[in-house]
Design a protein around this ligand. Structure first.
Ligand code: MN3
Length: 198
């Protein structure tokens, strides 16, 4: 059973003006597809064939021999999660339960956004910013390259791609603006809510 590129629940142009159709076309159609293809190629005929993405990630995270498989499987999973972290109807305020958790940890929604943005802006090189659930409370974490929370037994609630390919066409060097737009206009609070209930 091969991995396939997931269908999105929205059209490439639906995230405009925050993320352009052109970026989506390249990001989903080329970059993500590339990770899926490489994951299939690298796992074929190995002990990893037939395992789920999660299983491969957990088995290869500390395995130097299979670093390329880990990177590509991680990126396949990360993008599956990322597309759901975005919504054309995103942004605004989360529901009361999430708002309460955010206020308990960060003081206010604005303060949370500030810290999430800071985590993304200061991250050096390719990677991801996540909100994770740990011991009943929320926490912002960064991972580099294809790494992710599930590789470290953590529960991700939302994830933002901060690789240059995610924003460069639309924002060039203005990574802070890309992150602002994610937090203000695209973040899928409903998806975060669903992940909280898992
Ligand atoms: Mn990407």
């Amino acid at each position: 059973m091969k991995f396939t590129l997931p269908q999105l629940s929205y059209e490439y142009g639906d995230l405009e003006p925050h993320i352009s159709a052109k970026t989506m076309e390249l990001h989903h159609g080329k970059h993500h597809q590339g990770y899926v293809d490489k994951t299939n190629k690298l796992s074929e005929g190995t002990e990893f064939e037939g395992l789920s993405l999660e299983e491969i990630i957990k088995k290869t995270v500390k395995d130097v021999q299979n670093q390329s498989l880990f990177n590509n499987t991680g990126q396949t999973w990360n993008h599956n999660f990322f597309w759901k972290s975005l919504s054309p109807q995103g942004g605004g305020e989360p529901d009361k339960k999430i708002l309460k958790m955010i206020k308990a940890t960060y003081g206010s929604l604005d303060k949370f956004k500030q810290e999430f943005k800071e985590a993304g802006v200061t991250h050096f090189g390719s990677g991801w910013v996540w909100l994770i659930l740990e011991n009943g409370s929320i926490k912002i974490e960064n991972t580099a390259n294809g790494d992710n929370p599930i590789a470290h037994q953590q529960q991700p609630l939302i994830g933002l791609d901060i690789w240059e390919h995610a924003y460069y066409l639309d924002y060039q060097n203005k990574k802070p603006d890309y992150i602002d737009n994610f937090l203000n206009n695209l973040i899928n609070w409903r998806f975060l809510e669903d992940n909280l209930e898992v």
